[in-house]
Structures are given as C-alpha cells and as structure tokens.
Design a protein around this ligand. Structure first.
Ligand SMILES: Nc1ncnc2c1ncn2[C@@H]1O[C@H](COP(=O)(O)OP(=O)(O)OP(=O)(O)O)[C@@H](O)[C@H]1O
Ligand SMILES: [Mg+2]
Length: 319
C-alpha cells in the first residue's frame, strides 16, 4: 500500500546542498505497523514528511494506494492527504480553543460532513481511545497522555489508509507511552489501519513486527545494523520487493491547524540511541483552505464547531 522507489532528498541552504536521504527503497503492506528508527538527524522526520506528501523528494517515487504522489500537483496532493493520510505528532497539535470532541471532529468539518454524524463518530472514537468522559473539556485540562489520545482519535476520524506518527510517545512517561502504544496497536488490528511510527524508543520498536532503520540518511540493511549505535531490530526492512498496493476506501484527512505554540517537553532518550538536545521538530503543515474549495477555512471550521452547542442539531443529538 506504500512503496518507495529510489527516494533521495536534499535541502538547499543558500549555495550549499545537503543530501539527507539516499536511495531509500522499501514497502509497507496494508495493515502493517512499522517503526522507523534512527539516531537524531538520520532523516526520519524528513522521510515521514515525504511519505505523507508534505514535501516532495528530490528524486524517486512514492506510491500510496497505487498512485505516485510525487507526480501530483500541490492541490491534488492536498486533497490526497485529506483522503488517505492521518497524522499524530509528538506535541499533539490540538487546537486549544476547541473542546476535545470538536478537535476530533475538525477533519470532518473540512469534508462538510453533517454535524450530528461527525459528532457521533468523534464520540465513538473518544470512547475507543478511553476518554469519552473528557469530550467537553479543553485540551489544556487534559494530561499529555490524554491529549495524545485525542490526537489519535482525530487522526482516525477520516478512516485514512495510513497514519504517520512522528515520535507520538516522545513527550510521555513510560507507563503512558505503553498505554498509547497499546491503543495504536489495538486500532491497527481492529481497523486494519497501517501505521508508520517514528520512534527513538526501543521499547516501542521492539513491539513492532517490522522496523525500518536509517543511519545518516541511508537505509540500514540487515546485517549492517550491528554497530554500537544500532538498536536491536525485530526485523529490518530493506529493498523490499514491490507488491501491487491495495486501494483502500478512506475518506478525507485534514491535519488540524494548530494555534498552540509547539510544546517543548524534554524528549525521552532511548538507551543506545543518541539524541541531540534541541532536536528539530517537524512542522505541522496545514493544507491551505484554497486547496479544496468546498472546505471551510480553519477559522470558519472552528466557528462552525463552536456553534454546535446552540445549533439546531444539538437537541436532536441529545435526545
Ligand atoms: N528544512 C531543512 N533545511 C535544511 N536542512 C534540514 C531541513 N530539515 C531537516 N534538515 C536536515 O536534515 C537532516 C535530517 O533531519 P530530520 O529532521 O529528518 O532528522 P530526524 O531523524 O527526524 O532527527 P530527530 O530524531 O532529531 O527528530 C538533519 O541533518 C537536518 O539538519
Ligand atoms: Mg525527527
């Protein structure tokens, strides 16, 4: 369902060109849950952003659901992301002025899904992630682990083919990390959603059936991962044979805009994996409203959501 062919990426800083990914090739099958490992600066977030269609690689092809997304125009890519891709970020990226339920509903507002339907779906997902009782609270009233549950529910609401998570447990203590991981694994099994999870933490990676490891922008192939920096590898994927992807039937995904400044909690440093302080966090890229004319502006979406309590459907929903 996800296949990379000869993907390379360089960043330009003035006249300097920094090549950060080199000829990456692998495949993720539908329903798999994969850990993307590597030390700080090895290119994990860059690779995740490329796979999620947030950036285009300098070279190569990325097939999702049979389509080479590298060839897409920006507009087409934005629509594609909303339909096929879900995101979970280390810093949760919830909108502080919306309630928990409204945050989860937001991607469906971009799809113009009726209020009562999106509310029902949001509540179902909040129950599944174990925070149904927090639905009418605001993100700031929740713990980090609870906020990440909200973010997981939000990523699932459009039933995406694949969810990309960049260090989703990086801000959490070990116990909460286990809970969040268990939720993602349960969802992976029950909904057959494909997950690609960037992590530094070996406890997380050890629970995945497959691991992709990067070192200095190169894919580490089996047998190469035995150096001092190399973490234990359940199964390292490299140069996988290509299989025809299965087309999923997901709906839209709209990574929610965040009005909240990035949180700067200390990262959990996994043993045997070097982490530099102040590691760059990925940006939240929000498709511009103009990319999908039917979708309301995030501000409109927020207004619409905030109008829910007084809206005509409220009485119906509650009856
Ligand atoms: N926008 C950018 N411009 C220039 N260089 C960049 C940019 N983004 C990332 N890089 C560089 O690309 C390399 C890979 O960065 P990336 O963020 O993908 O690493 P990472 O493996 O996610 O690291 P971490 O574990 O610290 O999050 C680093 O050398 C980084 O400095
Ligand atoms: Mg990163």
């Amino acid at each position: 369902m996800l296949r990379l062919e000869n993907v390379s990426h360089s960043f330009k800083n003035g006249s300097e060109v920094l090549k950060v990914l080199h000829n990456i090739e692998f495949e993720v099958k539908e329903g798999e849950m994969i850990a993307l490992l590597g030390s700080s600066g090895s290119g994990k977030s860059t690779l995740l952003n490329l796979m999620a269609g947030l950036m285009k690689p300098t070279e190569g092809h990325i097939y999702i659901a049979g389509q080479d997304i590298v060839k897409y125009s920006e507009n087409k890519l934005a629509v594609f992301r909303r339909k096929h891709i879900g995101f979970i970020f280390q810093a949760y990226e919830l909108i502080p002025t919306l309630t928990v339920r409204e945050n989860v509903e937001l991607p469906l507002v971009f799809q113009s899904v009726p209020r009562s339907k999106r509310r029902k779906k949001a509540m179902e997902l909040l129950e599944i992630t174990g925070i149904g009782d927090k639905a009418e609270m605001y993100p700031s009233q929740l713990s980090g682990g609870q906020q990440q549950r909200v973010s997981i529910a939000r990523s699932l609401i459009t039933e995406p083919s694949v969810i990309f998570a960049d260090e989703p447990t990086g801000n959490l203590d070990t116990k909460t990390e286990e809970e969040i991981l268990r939720i993602m694994m349960t969802l992976n099994q029950s909904m057959n959603t494909t997950f690609v999870i960037v992590t530094h933490e070996m406890e997380v990676a050890a629970q995945m059936k497959k691991t992709i490891m990067l070192r200095d922008g190169y894919l580490v192939t089996p047998g190469e991962g035995s150096g001092p920096e190399a973490p234990r590898q359940p199964e390292v994927i490299a140069l996988a044979a290509c299989e025809e992807p299965v087309v999923h039937k997901p709906e839209v995904v709209a990574p929610a805009a965040s009005e909240e400044p990035a949180m700067h909690s200390p990262e959990v440093i996994a043993p045997a994996v070097t982490e530099e302080p102040g590691a760059r966090q990925p940006e939240v890229v929000v498709p511009a409203a103009s990319e999908e004319p039917a979708a309301p502006e995030p501000a409109d979406a927020a207004q619409e959501l905030q109008a829910v309590p007084s809206g005509p459907e409220k009485a119906g929903d509650e009856s």
